[in-house]
Design a protein around this ligand. Structure first.
Ligand code: NAD
Ligand code: ZN
Ligand code: ZN
Length: 353
């Protein structure tokens, strides 16, 4: 029997950049021919959602906007062209809501680079609502035995850090520094890195995050950036030979660490930039960059294959990152904490509350 779809639903809506966020009832959308309608059960809150609301980036959002892009739920309707997603399937609505599937980038499976990419919670309405539309080709397939609350953060944070670790080229047994380790992306990055056989230096601040990184998430060393008088020296000293980590994954939301990483990365090492602090610039000393032969690159979410692989790591029980669940109505509280850097791990919103 086809599930009953209400005409109205609860959503968190903004009408202007930086303006009030209103928890209210809005109409439920209808999926187009190549789309599915997903009854979102849980949605993670990514720092990207806060950037979108604040207007931090040189890319306009749609308005009014429903944010969110870590949505896990159940397919309740599909367009007439959709053949490979069934009503009742569990799926994830990711940052990449859709892409053209025809351009050079899409053909090369670099669909995040598609010039026509549609972004959930940014250029199309996202997952901070009970019913969200996604392109069928791009919704992530979630096995039915997996918990939809715990998997929600994998749909952006997990996929992104898994891709970033692959892009780093770090091999099992090598060291990776995760900068912003106690946050949403950082906590998942440690779990993926550990599962991939890497050794981890967590960099963040505060005892709560330190303990989490060292005791639960997989870091062997921790550098508190606020307490350290010389982060560069301390990160290098954290590797047994003092030459620094083979890779650096930058998931912090501040400019300074982006200007330090090239100094402590090991010769031949790779710095992977993932965090997107507003108006920030990268900086690296040319002399050391050349004579150390370092690589600096950006990494942006992941393609459909990366997404399926990241979910598979979770399905095999390798990914256990902390999350706290609150109602969809509490988004403002989550943003307040996020702005202060006061969230260890991720918040997940339950759309039924
Ligand atoms: P978060 O707020 O959960 O975590 C950020 C962490 O960085 C916090 O724990 C904070 O204490 C830490 N931090 C701040 N300054 C630091 C410093 N100097 N050194 C070390 N750590 C520091 O944020 P999140 O949801 O994990 O997102 C992180 C960033 O990644 C955001 O900018 C987000 O937009 C971006 N992002 C990028 C992609 C991509 O595809 N490239 C995907 C998702 C998110
Ligand atoms: Zn995100
Ligand atoms: Zn394309």
């Amino acid at each position: 029997m086809a599930p009953e779809i209400p005409k109205e639903q609860w959503a968190q809506v903004i009408d202007k950049t930086g303006g009030e966020i209103t928890y209210k009832k809005i109409p439920v959308g209808k999926p187009g021919p190549d789309e599915v309608l997903v009854n979102i059960k849980y949605s993670g809150v990514c720092h990207t959602d806060l950037h979108a609301w604040q207007g931090d980036w040189p890319l306009a959002t749609k308005m009014p906007l429903v944010g969110g892009h870590e949505g896990a739920g159940v397919v309740v309707a599909r367009g007439e062209l959709v053949k490979d997603v069934e009503i009742g399937d569990h799926v994830g609505v990711k940052w990449l809501n859709g892409s053209c599937l025809a351009c050079d980038f899409c053909q090369e499976s670099d669909e995040p680079l598609c010039p026509k990419a549609q972004l959930s919670g940014y250029t199309v309405d996202g997952t901070f609502q009970q019913y969200c539309i996604g392109k069928a080709a791009h919704v992530a397939r979630i096995p039915k035995d997996l918990p939809l609350d715990a998997i929600a953060p994998v749909l952006c944070a997990g996929i992104t850090v898994y891709k970033g670790l692959k892009e780093s080229g770090a091999k099992p047994g090598q060291w990776v520094a995760i900068v912003g380790a106690g946050g949403g992306l950082g906590s998942l990055a440690q779990q993926y890195a550990k599962a991939m056989g890497l050794r981890i230096i967590g960099i963040d601040t505060g005892d709560e995050k330190k303990e989490l990184c060292l005791n639960s998430l997989g870091s062997e060393k921790f550098v508190d950036f606020a307490k350290s008088s010389n982060v560069v020296k301390d990160v290098q000293a954290a590797t047994p030979d003092g030459l620094g980590p083979h890779a650096v994954l930058l998931v912090a939301v501040s400019e300074k660490p982006f200007q330090q990483a090239a100094e402590y990365v090991r010769p031949r090492g790779t710095v992977v930039c993932i965090g997107l602090p507003a108006g920030a610039y990268l900086k690296a000393p040319i002399f050391e960059s050349v004579v150390k032969m370092i690589s600096i690159k950006g990494s942006y979410v992941g393609n459909r294959k990366d997404s399926a692989e990241a979910i598979d790591f979770f399905a095999r029980g390798l990914i256990n990152a902390p999350f706290q669940t609150v109602g969809l109505s509490e988004l403002n509280m989550v943003y307040d904490k996020m702005r202060k850097g006061a969230i260890a791990g991720r918040y997940v919103l339950d759309t039924s509350k």
